[in-house]
Design a protein around this ligand. Structure first.
Ligand code: B3K
Ligand code: ZN
Length: 879
């Protein structure tokens, strides 16, 4: 261990700081060896706290050399301050004072991608959550909000563009070939929203006129070779600015909004005030080099970061336990934006699918935590699906409890009441309560209790009274540190279908969907009904829970075609498929002969023929539940049986519906100009799913289809789909064609690093093609970079999380491989290491042999000198 034994920090220990920082003036002299940082900070005693005498001032700072320190103009001698590898301690002499601190840092050697670092030839920063302390000594905590003025000085040829937050207030050339730009951000902000960029960048520019008529300049900065890939992100930015005005009444507040794309970045993007820094994969897109999925992702992330300007920046978090305050709310906001821009039902399906196959897994694993965690060792480990996605579900539930208008009243009150403040999730809920006169006290348990609640639903029909009753029991499994849970307040949206599949009125107003407020451990809800209905439960996935109800396969097929709730039509299809697949898994384990239930095949036939469904819905319904989702249905995960069962059903669907699939493929495979519009995206998606079924057939004609598509494709969606279908094709002739296509593709896209990442991941996620040997071979490819997070994610995580049969090969060699990579990366980039290790942390879910092998790999990692990040994940996984 690097530190003695990393300590946990607790929410219950929160205290306000002793001092506030009123103003922060920074100057950076960017150099080739090191960067000199000068900070002038104006402090003021926090007089809401009681002080017997002036407390010491402890500033945090890591990996820096202290050059000099002065207070109110007097330089301090060595005995007037204490400094060690984590902090600088000063003794103030008055309630208000100014510090002047000079430090030297080495961004060129900073491989953690946190603080100030270099990506390619460009200086850039990442300060959330605690990266600012790698830049200079500071009160690096979100409740300390200050006005920043930043001067950046650098060589004019190497770094013609020098950026920071806010508005540029001065530009000057210096005599020595350097130039300087000074930026001022008029809004108070915590240090985690600070940003600086220096590089040789080009930009595209546009403007947006806000609802009060102010003109805002919009710029997207990229390295020169990427300048043709920015238009889509610019369109997204303008759409999001407009949407936030229309839906939330939120206007942008500075004269300029800037986005910068960088290749070396630990996550998607960062909402620094007025200067968002993005992973280049989340900005750059042209039809020929980015898929539809990438276009949609960029749209959502640009919106997400932009929305943070209010939900996160203007109103920020008091401490990092409150992370979901900004993240859960902002994910909810971006999901609603996407729902408004594309298809609401499809967006919901995709989000729920993701939640179930990833967040539910987290909630059931060793790192399970409430959306507002009670403690952490390293906050970077809590940028989780729980805080983000489940956090968004919690906000969505509030939305469904208070309704759209009530929610808007609540968000208006929240923004007005807390503008310029650092607040808590309690404050958010209080604003919703106060604006709507509702009591959310029981609801707040969603913030403090971890785990995925389970609803066990049963029903009865009283013929004489003509009454139908639904009884719902709620429970929630134990999670680390929380053995028992109190009942949640769960909004359960339901509908009832009569024998014809028509929706039945559920109340005097004739509504056919109602939201039940489940608050007790067990509750019965009764409805007037003149026949026994079939229930449609948890419509629109109204709460992040699991529902058990004893549907027959016939019931599910009935719901698939009649439920008025589009989400539940899809969900019935999922349930049916899971049901059939898990039965096949049991057959495989018992060595029984396999046969796919003809009812399932018929149901898919109906979906394929249903003219009333839109193409995007058909596409979603055709996709079988993922192997990861199926794994969650098993107490002891059997990756081989799951894979075999799923492949078997895919083959059977292809056989049974070959003609219809070909027909769909041919009718949609038309050459037209690319548009990232919902209908076009749906057409391409359905076409490529049809192709993916066709290549399951042992049939040369299907390979030819994929080959022709690869040759003709004028957009990346069709090109990469053809490539991956060639790789995955069952027919023997696919092999040589796939090799040829892979080579052509790599040659064409050698200079486009993000396209090459797709090339890597497409190969290693295929179960036959992507062996460990292939992964090792690709790691040596000239287009690979063993330090770059995007590359490591596409190859290593692509293989370990996206190719379960090979990763879990009984030899255990992939576990050892992952352990080696995690150890290697931890020394460079702890945040990346603690994410890469994820597949090993679920060792308890596998058979004995694999458990032992995974455990051995984890223990080997534990023996190393670990970062705090990795230490926390490893020790919690082994607990
Ligand atoms: N707020 C950033 C995430 C920062 C992660 C720091 N480890 C991006 C986002 O959620 O918008
Ligand atoms: Zn965010």
């Amino acid at each position: 261990m690097k530190d003695a034994q990393p300590r946990a920090i607790y929410l219950k220990d929160y205290q306000q700081p002793d001092y506030w920082i009123e103003t922060t003036a920074l100057s950076f002299e960017l150099g080739e060896e090191s960067t000199l940082v000068t900070s002038t900070l104006n402090f003021k005693l926090n007089d809401t706290k009681t002080h017997a005498q002036l407390p010491e001032l402890t500033l945090v700072g890591e990996n820096m050399e202290l050059v000099s320190v002065a207070i109110d103009g007097a330089v301090l001698s060595g005995d007037q301050y204490k400094v060690d590898s984590e902090q600088l301690v000063l003794q103030p002499q008055s309630e208000a004072f100014e510090t002047y601190i000079v430090t030297r840092i080495k961004p060129q050697e900073n491989t953690s991608l946190e603080g100030l670092y270099k990506s390619g030839g460009m200086f850039c920063t990442q300060c959330e959550a605690e990266g600012f302390r790698k830049i200079t000594y500071y009160l690096d905590r979100p409740d300390v909000m200050s006005i920043f003025t930043t001067t950046v000085i650098g060589d004019k040829d190497k770094y013609p563009v020098l950026l920071s937050n806010g508005n540029a207030i001065e530009r000057k050339d210096l005599d020595d070939g350097r130039h300087m730009v000074t930026w001022n951000d008029p809004f108070k902000k915590p240090a985690y929203l600070f940003a600086l960029v220096g590089g040789n960048l080009e930009f595209i520019e546009d403007t947006f006129t806000t609802m009060s008529g102010r003109e805002v300049t919009l710029r997207i900065f990229v390295e020169p070779h990427n300048i043709t890939k920015c238009d889509h992100a610019m369109r997204s930015l303008k759409k999001s600015m407009k949407w936030d005005e229309e839906v939330y009444g939120r206007e942008y507040d500075l004269d300029i909004f800037m986005i910068v794309a960088v290749d070396d970045f630990n996550m998607g993007a960062m909402e620094n005030k007025g200067l968002n820094i993005f992973n280049s994969t989340c900005v750059l897109a042209r039809p020929d080099n980015a898929t539809d999925a990438a276009h949609e992702r960029i749209d959502a992330i640009v919106a997400h970061e932009y929305f943070h300007n209010w939900s996160g920046n203007r109103v920020t978090c008091r401490d990092w336990f409150q992370l979901s305050l900004k993240e859960g709310f902002t994910v909810f906001r971006d999901a609603e934006y996407t729902a408004d821009m594309y298809s609401r039902t499809v967006k919901r399906i995709q989000d729920v699918n993701f939640l179930r196959s990833a967040q539910f897994v987290e909630d059931a694993g060793p790192m399970a935590h409430p959306i507002r965690p009670e403690s952490f060792i390293e906050i970077s480990n809590f940028y989780t699906l729980t805080v983000y996605e489940k956090g968004a579900e919690v906000v969505r539930m509030i939305h469904s409890i208070v309704g759209s208008e009530g929610f808007r009243k609540g968000s208006d009150l929240y923004f007005d009441r807390h503008d310029g403040q650092a607040v808590t999730t309690e404050d958010f809920v209080a604003a919703m309560e106060d604006a709507n006169g509702v009591d959310l006290s029981q609801f707040k348990r969603w913030y403090s209790q971890a785990g995925t609640p389970v609803l066990d639903v049963s029903d009865s029909y009283d013929e004489d009274a003509q009454e139908y009753s639904l009884t719902i029991k709620q429970s929630c499994p134990a999670t680390p540190g929380q053995d028992t849970k109190l009942p949640f307040h769960i909004p359960v949206a339901i509908g009832l279908l009569d024998g014809e599949g028509e929706p039945m009125p559920l109340n005097g107003e004739g509504e056919t969907t109602v939201v039940l407020d489940l608050k007790e451990p067990e509750q019965t809800f009764t409805f007037k009904a003149d026949e026994r209905p079939l229930p449609s439960l948890l419509r629109g996935f109204s709460a992040p829970v699991k529902v058990n109800y004893d549907y027959s396969r016939e019931d599910l097929i009935f719901l698939m075609s009649h439920d008025e709730d589009g989400f539940n039509r899809w969900d019935s299809c999922q349930r049916l498929a899971i049901n059939v697949l898990m039965e096949l898994v049991a057959d495989i384990q018992a060595g029984r002969e396999l046969a796919v239930d003809p009812q399932l095949l018929a149901a898919y036939g109906k979906v394929l023929a249903d003219e009333s469904l839109d193409l995007a819905m058909i596409a979603e319904m055709l996709l079988l539940p993922s192997e990861t989702l199926l794994a969650e249905q098993m107490d002891v995960i059997d990756v081989d049986a799951i894979h075999q069962a799923r492949e078997f059903v895919r083959g059977a669907i292809a056989e049974a519906h070959k003609e219809r699939l070909q027909q769909i493929y041919n009718s949609l495979n038309v050459d037209k100009p690319y548009q990232a519009e919902p209908e076009d995206i749906a057409e391409r998606r359905l076409k490529n799913i049809a192709l993916s079924y066709l290549v399951e057939l042992d049939d040369a004609a299907s390979v030819e289809l994929a080959q022709a598509q690869f040759a003709a494709a004028s957009n990346m969606t069709d090109s990469i789909a053809a490539l991956s279908n060639l790789i995955g094709a069952v027919h023997e002739s696919g092999k040589a064609v796939a090799e040829q296509a892979l080579a052509e593709f790599a040659e064409k896209w050698a200079d486009d690093t993000n396209v090459m990442n797709m090339w890597f991941s497409t190969q290693v996620t295929d179960s036959r093609f992507g062996t460990l040997a292939k992964v090792r071979e690709l790691m040596e490819h000239p287009g690979f970079d063993k330090k770059n997070p995007n590359k490591m994610r596409s190859l290593v995580s692509g293989y370990c999380s996206g190719n379960l049969v090979n990763f879990h090969n009984i030899s255990g060699e992939s576990y050892e491989f992952l352990a080696d990579e995690v150890i290697r990366i931890d020394a460079l980039n702890p945040q990346l290491a603690s994410r890469l290790i994820n597949p090993l942390t679920r060792w308890k879910r596998y058979d004995e042999k694999r458990r032992e092998l995974m455990l051995a790999a984890l223990k080997r990692i534990q023996q190393q000198d670990l970062s705090k990040d990795l230490f926390e994940v490893v020790s919690k996984s082994l607990a």
